[in-house]
Design a protein around this ligand. Sequence first.
Ligand SMILES: *Cc1c(COP(=O)(O)O)cnc(C)c1O
Length: 426
Amino acid sequence: MSDLALFGGEPALREPVEMTWPLISDADVARVADAARRGEISYDASEGFVAELEGVFRARLGRPYALATSSGTAALHSAFFGLSLGRGDEVLAPTYTYLATVMPIVACNATPVLVDAEPDTGNIDLDDAERHVTPRTRAMVVTHLSGHPVDMERVVRFARRHGLKVVEDCSQAHGAASAGAEVGTRGDVAAFSLQGRKLVPAGEGGMLATSDTDVYERAVMLGHFAARSEQEVHTPRRVPFAKLGYGLNYRMHPLGAALALGQIERLDQHLDWRAATFAAYDELLRETPGFAPAPRQAHVTRHGGYSYQPLYDPAAWGGLPRSVFIEALRAEGVPATVPSSPPLHREAFFTHADTGIETFAVPQDRHLYRAGELPASEAYVASAWRLPAYPQPLSAEKLAGFAEAFRKVAAGADDLRRYGEIGAVR
Ligand SMILES: *Cc1c(COP(=O)(O)O)cnc(C)c1O
């Protein structure tokens, strides 16, 4: 019998390796505290920390416009609204992504058309996207998932060929780059989440960036009225409506912006640290039988470090179920996990005719999805697993613990398989 912790042996990592994120500095705290003391807790116009944060994004992305929002979801809604998408318009979108990439398309009364995933990264599969283009397709949204950027040269070529606008959901990939171009620089509109788990955390917040004046003005008017829209909307036919706006308040909280300013200043440092963690994982997994490093495509010049996602291949483990593999790793003290959500086409909204809200994006020909319809995304979710994206490099001692855990689990494969079979009988 093996010495696996799952069967009562000593775990390879005796103490759990804590995950601390966000990394908040004393200067971050002081900036937020000072603003709170001064009562600097809301803005009407473009001013203060919010304006400053927008300036940092404009400069980093080389874009003439950046608009802070109350969330990444609000930034995505503003992006689709900014592109004037509406009833009858189809928008290609990845089926495997966070829900907020897609549901704001629905809020615009446009129709999301879900696209299958690449088998290695889970990112949108452009070959499959080709299959879904119709005369009504007007735009596509891509998510740079887990920090692994989509091949933007291919995306831009695809979009040009079909006359589509491109929205980049950069929420999991701040600072990542494909062929040397940072995410958010090549699409027509970029949206970022600044939620607390993301790489530029404000707590809650988002950012839209674009070079298109029309997109920007419409986005401003969707979520910003009076002082700010009067200040920034200049197209003559829109000016009379600037004061009232188009109905929502998507303003970012000044204290969130104050926090995010320090975070984006340290983004490159944080990306380098996570890259060190990921490189260490790569090496350990490459040298352990049955394991493989998280896939990385050749066009990636910088990974966003959001999540480390290798693929589990049951064939390399004699058919051992992924759940038992994960159970064994966790028993050794490795906080391995698996994706928690299915692809969107398996969610009720995309499989049920009655969404409960009649006025909400329910075109006559609404497509209802079946299991197995976008098979690569389902296979991806069934085989991906995750190691924690520790924000600071792991000590040699901790890495040795991880190495030992991987080695033990690999060596105990036969026992795990028997345990898995008994489990199946039980
Ligand atoms: C977090 C996230 C969002 C939404 O951001 P919120 O700020 O939580 O609204 C959108 N898309 C992706 C891919 C995300 O990871």
